[in-house]
Ligand binder design. Structure first.
Ligand SMILES: *Cc1c(COP(=O)(O)O)cnc(C)c1O
Length: 455
């Protein structure tokens, strides 16, 4: 047993050394994939390899292909860091090897989920009576939320979709904003609804759903089973749909309102941004990420449902050998997985590490830093095309080809990492400030690098 302590300490030391190197190492070093393929490849050995040797080989092979996305100058996609206590808790989840299925497979995992779930609802403005499933990412959370929606709108039409499926079911209307996240469409595919079903609603100037257009689309069709996909945090602009008015419209029509709030739902956690998600409590289901703005380690997200009975009816299953199932839905009754990583430990630890004020400060700081990016790049003569309401900044550098060249040059330079996107037919640089360790100096250094490379 001496061996396992040494091994785990070595792994922790490697992880810590990597994390300490993040502020200074190049962000996103270009590497020939062949080098990694060779390092990891070769035939499977027929005989065992000592664990310490395996670990040393892994570290040596992976090192050149690791991305510094947990570092302070990674502004690609919407990527948070990984808070220290949350990361350590996640290491324990692996070390303890707990099965987050239910209170029989791991009472501790379920208790951590229950506590973290209550705190999350309080922070996000979601009713305390809602249920929470701890899932892998917002993709999975959207699927679970929409499965609950599918269950309920069909149940109201007298159809048991879990038993009878969709063949012969009453048609479901699905309404979604033009600028919804692409994972909504994949969730609809997985749920057997397909993507053609979506009745698109145009977006307003900054990418939030146009309420008048939503009203028109709702009125134009039948009053049968209806699901409306709303959004808090447009993945390009950060814009949030007007949830209060939108949910009221949907409910007047008898529909189910699902909110994809992967990162934008965190606006609720700060008094300074809470107004952006006013009315969030009125929705029927919510999807939110932990590994984005909350800075939990990958992977982590939450699927909330206003009706625990509906949530459980859509997702749970029973089996004769499964002790501990059949009561109020917990753990895997609320997700699409059966055996499951105990993600509640990292969520609980991250929330304790920050506290309520720490979460609010994290949201405020990222928004202020996004504003600093926008000001700096505007002063340098570049065009910020979105209204920076949260942590997302879109920048144009003249024509599309030049913008793509600037994005590529910034990625190759390594001072910081930004992505590219197409929004409203234009190629743009996309900056997302979501990391708890990013400072004003990091933003200033990045603005200087972008300015130098764009010249
Ligand atoms: C990132 C994102 C998703 C998908 O989340 P994953 O964690 O990658 O599964 C869904 N919706 C929005 C708005 C997002 O920003």
């Amino acid at each position: 047993m001496e061996g396992i302590s040494r091994l785990f300490r070595l792994a922790a030391d490697h992880a810590a050394a990597f994390r300490r190197s993040l502020p200074d190492r190049p962000v996103g070093t270009p590497i020939d994939p062949g080098v990694l393929a060779e390092a990891f490849g070769g035939p499977l050995a027929s005989s065992p390899t000592p664990p310490e040797q395996v670990l040393a080989d892994l570290v040596r092979s992976a090192e050149p292909g690791l991305v510094a996305n947990a570092g302070p100058r990674y502004f690609g996609f919407v990527v948070g860091g990984a808070l220290p206590a949350a990361t350590a808790a996640d290491m324990l989840a692996a070390g303890w090897d707990q099965i987050g299925h239910n209170a029989v497979t791991s009472p501790a995992a379920i208790a951590a989920e229950a506590a973290a779930g209550s705190w999350l609802k309080e922070l996000l403005g979601i009713p305390a009576s809602a249920s929470v499933g701890f899932v892998t990412g917002c993709q999975a959370a959207n699927t679970v939320g929409l499965a609950a929606a599918r269950h309920q709108v069909l149940a109201e039409a007298g159809w048991d979709v879990e038993r009878r499926g969709l063949l012969g079911a009453p048609p479901i209307r699905v309404i979604g904003g033009d600028e919804r996240h692409a994972t909504i469409d994949r969730s609809l595919r997985l749920l057997g609804l397909g993507t053609d079903v979506v009745e698109p609603v145009p977006a307003g100037p900054n990418g939030a759903i146009d309420l008048g257009a939503l009203r028109d689309v709702l009125r134009a069709g039948s009053a049968g089973p209806t699901i409306v996909c709303l959004q808090a945090g447009n993945v390009n602009t950060g814009a949030c749909d007007q949830l209060r008015e939108a949910c009221e419209l949907v409910h007047r029509h008898g529909g189910w309102a699902h909110v994809d709030g992967a990162f934008g739902l965190w606006a609720a956690a700060s008094p300074a941004t809470r107004h952006l998600v006013d009315g969030v409590e009125l929705a029927d289901s919510w999807a939110c990420d932990g590994h984005k703005w909350l800075n939990l380690p990958y992977d982590s997200a939450f699927a909330f449902c206003s009706r625990p009975d509906v949530h459980g009816a859509a997702m749970s299953y029973a089996a004769a050998y499964l002790v501990g199932s059949g009561g109020a839905p917990v753990g895997s009754d609320l997700t699409a997985e059966s055996s499951r990583r105990a993600r509640g430990f990292a969520a609980w630890a991250g929330l304790r590490e920050l506290g309520r004020d720490g979460v609010a400060a994290l949201v405020d700081r990222c928004c202020a830093l996004a504003g600093r990016f926008a000001d700096g790049l505007t002063s340098a003569g570049f065009e910020v095309v979105n209204e920076v309401v949260l942590n997302q900044v879109l920048v144009g550098f003249g024509d599309d080809a030049h913008t793509d060249r600037v994005v590529a040059a910034v990625q190759a330079d390594g001072t910081c990492w930004v992505g590219g996107t197409t929004w409203r037919g234009r190629r743009l640089m996309r900056i997302s400030v979501s990391n708890a360790t990013t400072t004003e100096a990091d933003v200033d250094r990045s603005v200087a690098a972008i300015t130098r490379l764009a010249a």
